[in-house]
Design a protein around this ligand. Structure first.
Ligand SMILES: NC(=O)c1ccc[n+]([C@@H]2O[C@H](COP(=O)([O-])OP(=O)(O)OC[C@H]3O[C@@H](n4cnc5c(N)ncnc54)[C@H](OP(=O)(O)O)[C@@H]3O)[C@@H](O)[C@H]2O)c1
Length: 239
């Protein structure tokens, strides 16, 4: 099961997992987009809004069995100092990146455990370990989800469920377009002069984690472009 599979890392993950023979169930809010990816990979798509408990409940109810949950739905909204924080944007980021993961994971734990080798792979971010100016709302959400994953790892110790977090740096997807409210020029500037990761690069990491044998738990995998040495350190070639 892949959340946020209508674009970017989620869509690439659905493709990679399907190529490995997984039966993939895809969820996202944009029905047409997620249905198109599902059709392409021979998977099943259902509408899903991870911020809506009823939507999560309905989505999970259609799944009798599941061995892998990829908590990918998420993203950032806005770019502002804390002094000018837009509380509504902060609320949506927390709802999506943190409570969305909690809701999905909580709802699926019984079937994941029943599978005998359940796996939860959550897409965090280096924003969850390295705070940066103007990013506090997103930082706070990704720090929080990292805490949730670490706690789960301890709480589920001894049970057949593996818990992993993949923390990418700059990946060229619709992420920046969403963050900057559809401003394509501003979004493109984020990746200017460097070679960012692609959604497929991150999907490869997820696929690799999913393929480890049952006794191996990849706790955290940080993946950055060669041109990026941290959230605040990026090398750009002059244009
Ligand atoms: N791109 C980066 O630089 C980067 C770096 C580190 C981490 N990440 C993380 O990677 C994950 C995927 O982002 P991306 O880069 O692939 O960006 P993206 O192309 O914007 O994809 C985000 C996905 O999340 C879905 N989504 C958003 N809100 C949702 C909701 N309430 N319910 C269900 N699905 C929802 C979107 O689908 P709908 O709009 O159709 O619902 C979309 O499929 C996110 O968690 C993001 O924080 C991205």
């Amino acid at each position: 099961m892949v959340t946020g599979a209508s674009s970017g890392i989620g869509a690439a993950t659905a493709r990679a997992l399907a190529a490995d023979g997984w039966q993939v169930m895809l969820g996202a809010r944009r029905r047409d987009r997620v249905a198109a990816v599902a059709a392409e990979v021979g998977g099943r798509a259902e509408p899903l809004d991870v911020t809506d408990p009823a939507s999560v409940e309905a989505f999970v109810a259609t799944v009798p069995a599941c061995r892998l949950l990829v908590n990918n739905a998420g993203g950032a909204l806005g770019w502002a100092p804390v002094a000018e924080a837009d509380e509504e944007q902060w609320r949506v980021m927390y709802e999506t990146n943190v409570l969305g993961v909690v809701r999905m994971t909580k709802a699926l734990l019984p079937v994941l455990e029943a599978s005998g080798d359940g796996q939860v792979i959550t897409v965090g971010s280096i924003a969850g370990t390295e705070p940066y100016p103007n990013g506090a709302g997103y930082n706070a959400a990704k720090f929080a989800v990292r805490a949730v994953m670490a706690v789960l790892r301890q709480e589920l110790l001894g049970r057949p469920i593996r818990l992993s977090e993949v923390d990418p740096g700059l990946v060229e997807t619709e992420f920046s377009l969403v963050r900057f409210g559809g401003d394509a020029a501003r979004a493109a500037a984020v990746y200017q002069g460097l070679t960012p990761l692609t959604a497929e690069d991150v999907a490869e990491c997820i696929r690799w984690i999913a393929l480890r044998p049952a006794h191996v738990n990849i706790d955290q995998l940080v993946v950055l472009a060669r041109d990026q040495a941290g959230a605040r350190q990026v090398h750009r070639r002059p244009s």
